[in-house]
Design a binder for this molecule. Structure first.
Ligand code: FES
Length: 346
């Protein structure tokens, strides 16, 4: 609110925390206000930025389809390139809309100075109708009716911008909703009955029980999994953490007494909360921690949850050793790995 000059001394004496209203600086017209050519240049720039957004969104969608991620090819190159193009497309798509809107507002929309009265609380009917008036006035100020090209470009950019988010989502989820595949992993014995060896992730070396010292932690996957046709999908389900503790520390139920080998226990690495990889091991407390929301599992007590939002223990992989001392899985997990909701039937 403007404070009249004659009231300054009284205002300042009674309210020392107030200061005189300095008023608005003199209005300075922009280049485009006085020069139609400059306004045209700004309009072209806004159009260009919206067009960049449209092209970037299209590039992200094309990149998703044109660069298929093919784990069978045994290379991560495609995955990196596909992710890079989709990410750049999404980023430039959003950036184009944002910069175009800012430049449009700063260089082409009406540039009147306006004073907004301060008030203690908002929300009475008068305020709301004033807000609606201002909104309508603002819409008029965009001058969009006189700029059909910008209107079209804005519509195109806004319409395409969500697609780079939606297309991969639909592409990945569409079609195959068979959740039974979440109930089996590559630890299941082969068709000929051969059990699956535990191997280091990612170096794919078989592990001897004697390699696993007390307190050590191994990131483990089924041996030779990289040769599987669905390597990445299968690995996402089968990753395991292998830990050795003093056998006397293990609190095993009778049912699980044969699931460990001389203090060596194996648990799914996929958090039962929302599926982050559990990767932190506290040797002193025997706790496994999930870095996402701090769910904590007790390795000595069948990986039961001792803290955090996870709803159930980490599934345990029953293990054994072969005649040469190499660790093998006795069979697949007895329950689905990962977030608990996969247990439910649709
Ligand atoms: S995903 Fe592990 S605690 Fe949330």
């Amino acid at each position: 609110m403007t404070i009249e000059q004659s009231d300054h001394s009284t205002e300042l004496t009674e309210h020392p925390d107030r200061f005189p209203n300095p008023g608005l600086p003199p209005h300075r017209p922009r280049l485009g206000d006085e020069d139609p050519k400059a306004a045209k240049r700004s309009e072209r720039l806004v159009l260009l930025l919206f067009t960049v957004s449209v092209l970037a969104s299209i590039a992200a969608i094309v990149g998703y389809f044109a660069i298929p991620v093919d784990p069978e090819a045994g290379s991560m190159g495609n995955t990196h390139l596909s992710t890079l193009i989709i990410g750049l497309g999404l980023g430039l798509g959003m950036l184009g809309i944002g910069t175009a809107a800012i430049h449009w507002a700063k260089s082409l929309m009406n540039d009147h100075d306006k004073v907004e009265e301060r008030h203690e609380i908002a929300g009475d009917a008068q305020t709301r109708s004033t807000a609606i008036e201002m909104f309508n006035e603002g819409a008029k100020d965009t001058d969009i009716a006189r700029r059909p090209l910008i209107k079209g470009a804005l519509g195109g950019a806004l319409a395409l911008a969500p697609l780079p988010f939606l297309v991969p989502l639909i592409g990945n989820l569409g079609g195959d909703w068979d959740i039974s595949r979440f109930k089996r992993t590559a630890w299941a014995p082969a068709a000929n009955g051969d059990r699956v060896y535990l191997a280091t992730d990612p170096t794919n070396r078989r592990i001897k029980a004697s390699d696993v010292t007390i307190g050590s932690l191994f990131h483990v996957m089924p041996w030779n999994l990289p040769e599987h046709p669905d390597y990445l999908d299968e690995k996402a389900k089968a990753v395991v953490l292998l830990v050795r503790v003093d056998p006397q520390d293990l609190k095993e139920t009778e049912e699980r007494a044969s699931w460990s080998y001389d203090g060596i226990v194996a648990y799914s690495k996929i958090c039962t909360h929302v599926g982050c990889p559990v990767a932190l091991y506290e040797r002193e407390t025997h706790h496994l921690l999930c870095p996402c929301h701090q769910s904590t599992f007790d390795v000595t007590d069948e990986a039961k949850v001792v803290f955090g939002p996870a709803g159930r223990a980490l599934p345990q992989l029953p293990i054994d050793v072969d005649e040469n001392g190499y660790l093998v899985a006795q069979r697949d997990f007895d329950e689905p790995v990962g977030p608990s909701f996969w247990e439910r039937e649709r």
